[in-house]
Design a protein around this ligand. Structure first.
Ligand code: CAA
Length: 255
């Protein structure tokens, strides 16, 4: 299958899904996130030994969910949008082989959430990452309220989410949000090396390790609660103000 804003490429058994919407810093609109889900499904069907997820260009991994699309959504539409993002994040989390997010550039909001749904996050030195949704009058809606505290601990996650922190790569590594940080011009080689090493490991044992680790985190309730709460914020005055302010390139003035 081919898509306008997503590419699926192979290097042997290693599949790479690239979000390719550079004019919007790879922000995810409906078409792009649906394509991303289809590309991940195809990589699964074709039995990839490793799945790499990246953004096109050097500026962004994924700058988040598409704010221009989201800004006028109603509550039911916001809920459907949450469902869609969750389904793709879950497809990454449950992918039967190791997944690597290449965090080269911006990874905000839904971009940070897609990275967190991967097993391994490699960042470039100039990357900026965070769950920044609060300044749009919403909350992380694609799993961030559940996955961020697991990675960085509860209080740190609360600070990051409440303050909408945009972390530089080194801080993100220190906090546990990025597993490693490499110079910008070395990130592709490092990811290729890591993917090749993983592709040589025994696939069934890797999958068993991944499944066993996932069992310890199988809190479906929290993810469902997040989905409902996220959708419920669409149509509130703060959501409208937060997203209008982004589109109008000004600071929000919340009620
Ligand atoms: N949605 C839609 N468009 C976006 C976008 C997004 N998330 N992020 C960037 N863009 C667009 C900009 O509007 C701009 O488009 P135009 O040229 O048509 O104006 C283009 O990408 C380039 O962006 P900037 O001019 O803003 O570039 P910059 O280098 O000055 O800033 C940035 C880059 C810091 C990433 C800034 O664009 C930004 O803050 N973006 C929003 C990040 C964000 O808040 N993401 C979270 C979204 S909410 C979410 O994801 C909800 C969820 O949980 C599912």
């Amino acid at each position: 299958m081919t898509w306008d804003t997503v590419d699926l490429e192979w290097s042997g058994d290693i599949a790479t899904v690239t979000v390719d919407r550079p004019e919007a810093l790879n922000a995810l609109n409906v078409e792009t996130i649906e394509a991303m889900g289809e590309a991940i499904a195809e990589a699964r069907t074709e039995e990839a030994r490793v799945l790499v997820v990246r953004g096109a260009g050097d500026d962004a991994f994924i700058a988040g969910a598409d704010i221009k699309y989201m800004k006028d959504l109603s509550t039911p539409e916001g809920q459907a949008w949450g469902e869609l993002g969750h389904s793709v994040a879950n497809a990454l989390e449950r992918f039967p082989a190791p997944t690597i997010a290449v965090v080269d550039g911006y990874a905000f909001g839904g971009g940070c959430e897609m990275a967190m749904a991967c097993d391994i996050r490699v960042g470039s030195e100039s990357a900026l990452i965070g769950n920044t949704e609060i300044d749009l009058g919403i909350i992380p809606g694609w799993g961030g309220t559940q996955r961020l505290p697991r990675l960085v601990g509860e209080e740190t996650a609360k600070r990051m989410i409440y303050l909408g922190q945009r972390l530089d790569a080194e801080t993100a590594r220190e906090e546990g949000l990025l597993g490693e940080v490499v110079p910008d011009d070395e990130i592709d080689d490092r990811v290729a090396e890591l993917a090749a090493e993983l592709a040589e490991k025994p696939a069934f044992a890797l999958q068993a390790a991944k499944d066993a680790i996932a069992q310890g985190y199988s809190d479906i309730g929290g993810l469902d609660y997040e989905k409902r709460t996220f959708g419920g914020l669409f149509g509130t005055p703060d959501q409208r103000e937060g997203m209008d302010a982004f589109v109008e390139n000004r600071e929000p003035d919340f009620e």
